[in-house]
Design a protein around this ligand. Sequence first.
Ligand code: SF4
Length: 280
Amino acid sequence: MSDGKESLDKGKIEEGKRNYLSHSRMNMYLRCPKQFEFRYMRGLTYRPSGAMTLGGAWHQALEINFNQKKETRQDIKLSDMKEVFSDRFDTKVKEEDVNFEDAKPSEIKDKGLEITEIHHREMAPKIQPVEVEMAFTIPLTEENDLHGFIDVIDEERIIVEHKSAKTTPNDQSMINDMQLTAYSKAYRKIYGKEEKGIRKDTAVKTKTPKMVSQTTTRGENDFDILLQIAHGVEAGIKTGAFAPNPNGWHCSPKYCGFWDLCMGKKKPSTGFSKIGTGAA
Ligand code: SF4
């Protein structure tokens, strides 16, 4: 549950232990090496957004439910789930200097309550977990382990990942998702056999929220690509290759927490103008 687990990535490796890469670290390096440098080489943190806060609180509510469900085989009541979400959301807002930008915290919280409800009604009853937030650390390269957390493994041997998103996820994103490749690789290493399936349940935060469930598979080719990525990231870190990458949605005051240290220092030139409709 990436929304709620970033903080776990902040922990330093204990002395004597191997270094590690996680899918989120590799993703950040690929998205913008400069962002990676700010975050992991210089250890800087940034204010969480409203969406991250919603996602984190929602994941904590799911975790509490699924953890008790391992024994009871029953979901907790919706009113209790909502109470947990509310409590976690309010605590984060109080303690974490959340950057809501121009959004209203109450509206974000209401959306979180809505996705808590729809997940509880439509998805939770179908999941019987045997593992919840399962931490893994497995060998990856000569220098780094692969570290992460699998949201849920159910009794059918399905890996389940939970996400909240503003828009409906497309199928290609499911095929490409490095996080799912990492989970599959970890599952096979830990259990010595293949998972039966990989599923991502996304709560889409549209006006009327909906759940989208997608399934996929992974194989040797995917693991090979993961390894190539890991080697590339390692080489970049070793040689200090931390070029800024301003090309893309991620490079904006809204989506990069290090904007003020980086692109924000630039004086805007002439702004931009749009002429015609063709691509440049
Ligand atoms: S402001 Fe843009 S280029 Fe700079 S770290 Fe952030 S994403 Fe990268």
